[in-house]
Ligand binder design. Structure first.
Ligand code: B12
Length: 357
């Protein structure tokens, strides 16, 4: 991470509110049609959305990753397809931020910030209304995934559970059931939620049901012969998306490791204490929201500085690392994996080679 970028990322954070308000005011000048819509709720929401955009911008700059901001812009364009606000609104919004920052930063800083925004603006031009979704490759379990999701969306979790038990009887590998049924259906739930096709309650019900159904497979997962390696899996502080690292922990357990799964929102100090107490070989750290990258980076620094953790290797994973496949290096991790299967491979490699990949 470049020192200047970290400093600019931090500086944006301290000025988010005022930049957002100034940008909104400029946007109203550029888009007079907004005046008609400007109810107090609309104004408040517009400023809040700009603050959100600025958070993503500052986080991406903080870790020198233009890809992270570009991915956010693509995501926002997708969200806008399902709300009655044209994509042009986001385009002008970014242009306004780009202009306003002149009042807050010096020329060199403005140049860096603008390069990130420009990438985003180019993407809006290119995407227009086209779909940015990639159709997942067909897998023999795909048809069962559709049934599984249908059961959950019909609030029939007992049927979803029975289906998974049936697939186990049919001898589908547990790992395929995890990746093709659980992992993929959670992503589909995300798409449905983003498209306003399911409610937050339905998303919560599906997620909780999948966690329950995963639990039913534990007698199989914990039955494999053990080696003497220890894996600690956790999400950094503030991060609530825990299913990914839980899947990774389950894959490690199935591969014979002794796992210590800590789940969501873990204070950094407790993670370090656990590594020492459990004599861990590998720490698996999960981040989904890019505004938690900084926590991950700080935690990695503390682990690396603690002599009691000298032998612990750190593997990271989750959405931002898939978007930018070099990010794991930027924040000082020893490796990264795109999914739970690769997480086992990389952890074994790191332990065997002493950390040189
Ligand atoms: C369920 C869910 C939630 C739940 C999580 C509950 C829980 N107990 O985990 C709740 C309701 C809390 C939630 C909250 C939010 N969410 Co949410 N959520 C989801 C959803 C639908 C599924 C997440 C999931 O279970 N994925 C399945 C797992 C298996 O996938 P995974 O995490 O990627 O893990 C795999 C790999 O990445 C990798 N991996 C993951 N971790 C690790 C770690 C290591 C060490 C390794 C090696 C590998 C690895 O291996 C895993 C298995 O193969 C996603 C959709 C999606 N695409 O993921 C949205 C999603 C992630 N959420 C989103 C958003 C916006 C939010 C909120 C900001 C919403 C809000 N306005 O409040 C908050 C933020 C909360 C926070 N502070 O963290 C967006 C993020 C968009 C973006 N571009 O950043 C998504 C993508 C939805 C969408 N399509 O818009 N969410």
């Amino acid at each position: 991470m470049k020192f200047t970028d970290v400093a600019i990322g931090d500086a944006i954070k301290t000025k988010i509110k005022s930049i957002a308000i100034d940008s909104y005011e400029l946007q109203v000048q550029k888009m007079p049609e907004l005046v008609e819509r400007a109810t107090p709720i609309f104004v408040e929401k517009s400023i809040r959305d700009t603050e959100y955009t600025l958070h993503y911008l500052s986080d991406a700059i903080g870790v020198s990753s233009p890809k992270l901001f570009s991915d956010y812009v693509l995501w926002f364009v997708d969200v806008m397809k399902n709300i009655p606000i044209p994509v042009k609104y986001l385009f002008v919004n970014l242009e306004c931020i780009s202009e306003i920052i002149e009042n807050y930063f010096d020329d060199r800083e403005v140049e860096i910030i603008r390069s990130y925004i420009k990438n985003g603006l180019n993407l809006i031009d290119m995407t227009g209304n086209q779909e940015s979704e990639v159709t997942p490759a067909e897998h023999p379990l795909k048809k069962y995934r559709d049934n599984y999701l249908e059961y959950l969306l019909n609030a029939e979790r007992h049927k979803a559970n029975a289906l998974v038990q049936e697939l186990v009887k049919l001898e589908y590998p547990i790992q395929d059931i995890y990746l093709e049924i659980f992992h993929e259906s959670q992503y589909e739930i995300g798409r449905l939620w983003q498209a306003n096709k399911i409610t937050i309650a339905e998303e919560h019900y599906c997620t909780a049901s999948t966690q329950l159904i995963m639990g039913q497979l534990y007698p199989l997962i914990f039955a494999t012969p053990k080696n003497d390696l220890v894996f600690v899996g956790a999400c950094v502080g503030g991060e609530l998306h825990e299913l990914g690292v839980r899947m990774v922990s389950d894959f490690m357990e199935f591969a014979g490791w002794n796992t210590y799964y800590l789940g969501a929102n873990m204070p950094a100090k407790s993670i370090v204490e656990t590594l020492i107490k459990e004599n861990a070989n590998v720490l698996g750290l999960s981040v989904t929201m890019s505004f938690h990258i900084k926590e991950a980076s700080d935690l990695i620094k503390s682990v690396k500085l603690d002599p009691r953790c000298a032998d612990v290797k750190i593997v990271v994973g989750g959405y931002p690392f898939i978007v930018d496949d070099q990010l794991w290096k930027t924040i000082g991790a020893d490796g990264y994996a795109r999914n739970a299967r690769e997480a086992v491979e990389i952890s074994v490699k790191l332990v065997r080679t002493g950390g040189i990949l």
